[in-house]
Write a protein that binds this ligand. Sequence first.
Ligand code: AMP
Length: 298
Amino acid sequence: SQNKENYVPRSYLHTLTIDMLSARKLSLDDFDIGRPLGKGKFGNVYLAKVKKVDAIVALKVLFKSQMEKESVEHQLRREIEIQSHLKHPNILRFYNYFHDQKRVFLVLEYAPRGEMYKELQRCGRFDDQRTATYMEEISDALLYCHEKKVIHRDIKPENLLLGYRGELKIADFGWSVHAPSLRRRTMCGTLDYLPPEMIEGHTHSEKVDLWCIGVLCYECLVGNPPFETASHSETYKRITKVDLKFPKVISDGARDLISKLLRHSPTDRLSLKSVIDHPWVSSNSRRVLPPVPPAKKC
Ligand code: AMP
């Protein structure tokens, strides 16, 4: 019943909204704030509707005082600089930012299915199809990042969100270019995803991300990461020795993939392209790409 001349497909409307969000100088008045989505270290994340248009975003609120206390302003600038240039279906889109006296607001793509970490806790472990789909999605996203000379360095389920169709979205680029020192890292989080070269203090390259997706693949299929122990020093030892043990539940194909990613020498690790083409990934993956919006008229 719609007049064809006036009909604007939803996806196109969405592109216009994104352009508007990215190009304009924004303020809190541009949004209707909804429910909190989660709590972060420096503030909360809220669901928000862009006023006047049919678009939902996630608004991340960061308190300047808290960031100054921890000296992370520099890291935030990096994160904004990096993420605003990344446009990929499996990387959470960063639309824009603005600030007032006390807070910085990040306007981000909303990931309706939340954190992969919580989903893994809920399910215990994922099956081959779901894990292989994540492996294809993350490899494709990292291939794109590495082409742009961006190394993520902090891939783990806590930093991965899930989109409307359950697709993986890399969310946190906080550590990406400006890698923290080892001491800093060990103090603030899990060691389970640290590659041997970072523990041993060698220089590291984009191949750290290959190690991390090997750990991720294992954790998705088993429910816990491969080198987990009760103490930091034991975990260090297991990582540097690549003390890898597979429970019976892991299929031969997955075992083959994981053991080709978890190699001590970074140059021995399977490339991202080879992960995508690995028979276990290609036969199990159910990846669906989102529809591409039509090209803009001049
Ligand atoms: P963060 O400060 O980035 O750690 O975010 C805190 C929590 O908010 C996360 O653990 C998620 O549960 C939620 N969250 C953050 N960003 C988004 C988003 N873009 N879409 C949906 N939930 C989000």
